[in-house]
Design a protein. Structure first.
Ligand code: PLP
Length: 397
């Protein structure tokens, strides 16, 4: 069998299993409403464009300016061929924004996570991970284990007793790194940061939080999970993305103590062997950080929208998972039902993705709604009407 034939056979099986993903093409910028090829105008309820900055004129203009000033890119790795002053400006702004002393950018948060574990950990160390952590943290840990032979452990999701027992068992490790999402992307719940940090202090561990769904989202000023709990400055290491609330282009960063960015510059492999963020992305992300700092009302609006939508869904008879974030999963049961619901909603002009097994446990398939500050009341009511029609059709309400 040729490689091509094998791939086609497997793709056909994905379709039969109901796990095949079709790409939907947008013909206009990412926004509360966009034009989807073949569908016309749709309301988007499945984007991480939490603050509506993907197409904010100031953010787009800053990207243009950086492109004009610095060109398309560095042409190589930063330490070899030079980096741009806009990278330094962005890194200073990001560190300040998340309450850390230094930060270093990567072309994605995936890269930031993969660049962290294997760089910090060694054979005498252990990394302890929440069971529901994002795939990029899991892969970072797998990579660290393969490269450095560090120990690894997983604690049950948000189970602080299990985390404590794991820390007790790991007493003799040199570095004990607790790695957790700030906001868990499939459930929309928030890590129990006060408890995690308290345990870390008690057992001499270090805490790393991936705040990709919290940066620009949690806390009064959108500064993340630490701000949400009044703990800015108390988290040892924060990784996050520029590809969601902060302009939505791409890119990620790692922030922490003053020496961290310098250390990662010396040793982190995605930094040493891969190009820097393109200037246009650095420029738009920097403008996004400044925009959020000047417009905390966007964060407030995001939460008002989320709370309205959650309340109305419940009033319609749906069972959204309870929570305080703009990620609102509506549990529908079987995978096929979640996919069918998402297709029917798209026919009604609402774009929201269905997730099933193995991304979430069997029987817990869901459509995951994500709210944005950019949604108007009309957008939300339009979507709610579609949910009502589709929910009735599928006998979910
Ligand atoms: C928790 C978390 N970490 C990391 C990432 C990856 O971010 P990026 O797109 O910047 O690689 C995501 C994206 O979905 C995420 O949800």
């Amino acid at each position: 069998m040729t490689l091509g034939t094998r791939l086609v056979t497997e793709l056909e099986q994905f379709k039969r299993d109901g796990v095949y993903k079709r790409l939907n093409y947008l013909e206009s910028p990412q926004a509360a409403r966009a034009r989807m090829q073949g569908r016309g105008e749709i309301v988007i309820l499945s984007s991480n464009n939490y603050l509506g900055l993907c197409n904010e004129p100031e953010v787009v203009a800053a990207g243009h300016r950086a492109l004009d000033e610095f060109g398309a890119g560095t042409g190589s790795v930063r330490f070899i061929c030079g980096t741009f002053t806009i990278h330094r400006e962005l890194e200073t702004a990001l560190a300040r924004f998340v309450g850390c002393e230094s930060s270093l950018t990567y072309v994605s948060c995936w890269n930031a996570n993969e660049g962290l574990g294997p760089t910090l950990l060694g054979e005498q160390d252990i990394v302890i991970s929440d069971q529901l952590n994002h795939a990029s943290i899991i892969d970072s840990i797998r990579l660290a284990k393969a490269i450095t032979k560090c120990q690894t452990a997983v604690y049950r999701h948000a189970d602080m007793a299990d985390l404590e027992q794991t820390l007790q068992r790991a007493r003799d490790a040199r570095l004990k790194l607790i790695f957790t999402d700030g906001v868990f992307s499939m459930e929309g719940d928030i890590a129990k940061l006060p408890d995690i940090v308290a345990l870390a202090r008690q057992y001499g561990a270090v805490v790393a939080v991936d705040d990709s769904h919290a940066t620009g989202v949690l806390g009064k000023n959108g500064r993340g999970t630490a701000e949400h709990y009044g703990m800015l400055g108390d988290v040892d290491i924060i990784t996050s993305t520029l590809g969601k609330a902060l302009g939505g282009a791409a890119g990620g960063f790692t922030a922490g103590p003053a020496a961290l960015a310098d250390y990662l510059t010396q040793r982190s492999r995605p930094q040493l062997f891969s190009n820097a963020l393109p200037p246009t992305v650095a420029g738009s992300a920097l403008a996004a950080v400044r925009y959020v700092e000047r417009h905390p009302e966007l964060v407030r609006r995001l939460h008002e929208n989320a709370s309205y939508f959650r309340g109305q869904l419940t009033a319609l008879g749906f069972k959204p998972l309870p929570g305080e974030t703009p990620i609102i999963p509506v549990i529908v049961g079987e995978t096929a039902k979640a996919i069918q619901m998402s297709e029917l909603l798209l026919e009604q002009g609402v774009f929201v993705t269905g997730f099933g097994y193995p991304v979430v446990p069997q029987g817990h398939a869901r459509v995951r709604c994500q709210l944005s500050a950019a949604h108007t009341g009309q957008d939300l009511d339009f979507a709610l009407q579609a949910f009502k029609r589709v929910g009735t059709q599928l006998r979910l309400i």
